[in-house]
Design a protein around this ligand. Structure first.
Ligand code: NAP
Length: 246
């Protein structure tokens, strides 16, 4: 039987890995999506959608589907599924690796304010600005719900649900974004502070360049750590090499 790779997806890298693996080798590939986005893009190979039911449920799925390797290519802030993947794979004796893209690094001219959590971002905001471009995702709005002195321009893929701040202007959009587009957005909305997670990657990095050019401070929420002992690679070639398919 051909090897069966489970990719935990929801990122550009997961899609690229699925496309490369299915094109290059005889490997069977299944990508798992959480089901948060109503219209996910096309994915090569098999796709399954929805939670597994914790690490136990994922372990049962790995056994039932004869999975030979797991690549957790979920978003760097998708902490629960990464922990479950590492635990479930260890329990089943299935090799697993986390594909974790590098975080962003500030350069000359950047005015970054690293914080440990969305709550910490909300705590520093009042002294940094009043017109906020908030890109922490629709589930990250609750931490800012108590702020009343700021106008929030919120960009997310899907409409957010309460709790959220009182003064919110919503922009529904999906990356990749360009520097020209982000400059126009920051200017049009007279943004004086940006809040982002340290997602890393090129698709959503243009806002950082635009903020630097306009001298706008950026509050950057740091990533959660990888589970202890987890094997990790930084990109798709690294994952292919780890799979022996590079
Ligand atoms: P999370 O907090 O780590 O996961 C919560 C639960 O959702 C997991 O316990 C699992 O449910 C289910 N789940 C998450 N990812 C899954 C997947 N790929 N396949 C099947 N079930 C999954 O995750 P999250 O932060 O809500 O992110 C959800 C998805 O959106 C991920 O696939 C991630 O790659 C993508 N995404 C997240 C962000 C972000 O900022 N967090 C940004 C862009 C994309 P069970 O315990 O029932 O298995």
């Amino acid at each position: 039987m051909s090897p069966h790779v489970l990719i935990l997806g929801g990122t550009t890298e997961a899609r690229e890995l699925a496309a490369t693996l299915t094109a290059r080798t005889g490997t069977r590939v299944t990508t798992s999506l959480a089901g948060r986005v109503s219209r996910p893009g096309a994915v090569a190979g098999d796709v399954r959608i929805g939670g597994f039911g914790g690490a136990e449920g994922l372990a049962a799925w790995l056994r039932a589907h004869d999975v030979s390797a797991v690549v957790d290519a979920t978003h760097p802030f998708a902490e629960a599924i990464t922990a479950n993947a590492v635990r479930a794979a260890a329990r089943c004796g299935v090799p697993a690796v986390v594909l974790r893209r590098p975080g962003w690094r500030p350069g000359p001219g950047d005015d970054w304010h690293p914080v440990a959590s969305p709550a910490a971002a909300a705590a520093v905001l009042p002294r940094l600005g009043r017109r906020v471009f908030l890109t922490t995702g629709r589930l990250g709005l609750a931490a800012f719900a108590g702020l009343t002195g700021q106008h929030f321009v919120v960009r997310s893929v899907e409409p957010p649900a309460p709790p959220m701040p009182a003064d919110v202007e919503l922009l529904l959009a999906r990356g990749p974004f360009t520097v020209a587009g982000e400059l126009a957005l920051l200017r049009e909305h007279r943004i004086d502070v940006v809040v982002t997670k340290d997602s890393g990657g090129a698709a959503t990095a243009a806002k950082l360049t635009a903020a630097r050019e306009l001298g706008v401070p950026v509050v950057v929420v740091s990533r959660p750590p990888l589970p202890p002992g987890a094997a990790a690679v930084p990109d798709v070639p690294g994952a292919l090499a780890w799979l022996g398919a590079g």
